[in-house]
Ligand binder design. Structure first.
Ligand code: CUA
Length: 350
């Protein structure tokens, strides 16, 4: 190899500039007014603790970066070879430097380790007495939320009261999933045959997105969840509505009645039927799929993939696997009339 240095063609230089510009544009898109899944905008005691630790480690990393890069640049410029320069003084070893670069990193590691260990204990601690108990069960591909003390069973939308600690007891019905609502909690694996726990106190009203954070099969990316934090009074109103006995279908609503009939009676080869998998209080008791007793009160269906409206429910009933690949809900051969009736019936289940 001769001494010819690598030269970038103008095109390559421009490509670099454009790539950097695009990176800046993409990264700045992360800021703005909405942070649906940002861990940098915490809204609970737990995520605030994690965020504080993250910022602490970040500034130590900045310090290390600046010191190392400055030293490197100064060395490269100051001690570079110049034409006609004499050979630099030759030295070997320096006790002072050796001690400095052993002790300084050790001190930084201690400064990081102490708050890290404290935060690990803080976010793994048991929930305080009086915490709201919620059983979280991961399924392929949806979330079941059960409130054992309140008698509420729902899916994909976790309702919590503002300011009250919540104790999540997490498990799985099939494979390993991971519960994660980034603005409210760290991740916690949901494992079959094993209980894991998360405890935190949501401090802001609103709806926050979350999702499964452990690859669990075809529709892992479609295993979404929402955490809806409301005032204690609104939460109580929700509980009251969820625990109320479902009203019998209105006898003047023929489409709703036809839907109830279809829900109870449709059977397909392989014995596929709505009631085999879904619970509607007073109608059926299946436990494979989400409890639909109050499905009409939810804002989304299909684990948060679709809005809860007529067109989306019809689309879902028509071909679940087209919405959530691999969905355990089979494609049932329904007529358009049957789908319209089922949509009306499910929407009536407030
Ligand atoms: Cu459940 Cu990924």
């Amino acid at each position: 190899m001769g001494r010819a240095s690598i030269r970038y063609a103008p095109a390559a230089r421009w490509a670099t500039v454009v790539a950097l510009g695009a990176a800046v544009a993409v990264l700045t898109a992360c800021s703005g007014d909405s942070y649906p899944q940002s861990t940098l905008h915490p809204l609970s005691d737990q995520t605030s603790a994690i965020d504080a630790l993250y910022r602490h480690v970040f500034w130590w990393a900045v310090l290390v970066f600046v010191v190392v890069q400055t030293t490197l640049l100064v060395t490269l410029i100051r001690f570079r070879n110049r034409p006609g320069a004499a050979e630099p003084r030759q030295i070997h070893g320096s006790t002072l430097v050796e001690i400095t670069w052993t002790l300084a990193p050790a001190a930084i590691i201690i400064a990081i380790a102490i708050p890290t260990i404290r935060t690990i204990f803080e976010v793994s601690g048991a929930a305080p007495a009086g915490a709201l108990q919620v059983d979280v069960i991961g399924h392929q591909w949806w979330w079941e939320f059960r409130y054992p003390e309140l008698g509420v069973v729902t899916a994909n939308e976790l309702h919590l009261p503002q300011g009250r600690p919540v104790a999540l007891k997490i498990s799985s019905a099939d494979v390993i999933h991971s519960f994660w609502a980034p603005r409210l909690s760290g991740k916690r694996d949901a494992m079959p045959g094993r209980i894991t726990r998360l405890a935190f106190t949501p401090d802001s009203l609103g709806t926050y997105l979350g999702q499964c954070a452990e690859y669990c099969g075809d529709s892992h990316a479609n295993m979404r969840l929402r955490v809806m934090v409301s005032s204690p009074a609104d939460f109580q109103a929700w509980v009251t509505a969820q625990t109320a006995a479902p009203a019998p279908s209105d006898s003047t609503q023929t489409l709703v009645l036809a839907g109830e009939d279809a829900f109870e009676k449709i059977r397909q080869p392989g014995n596929h039927s709505c009631i085999a998998c879904h619970t509607i209080a007073g109608v059926s008791g299946g436990v494979i799929g989400p409890n639909l007793t109050h499905v009409g009160s939810r804002t989304t269906i299909a684990a948060g993939v679709l809005p809860n409206d007529s067109a989306a429910i019809a689309r879902w009933l028509h071909d679940p696997s087209a919405v959530k690949p691999g969905s355990l809900m089979p494609t049932i051969d329904l007529t358009d009339q049957e789908i319209a009736a089922l949509v009306a019936y499910l929407q009536s289940k407030k």
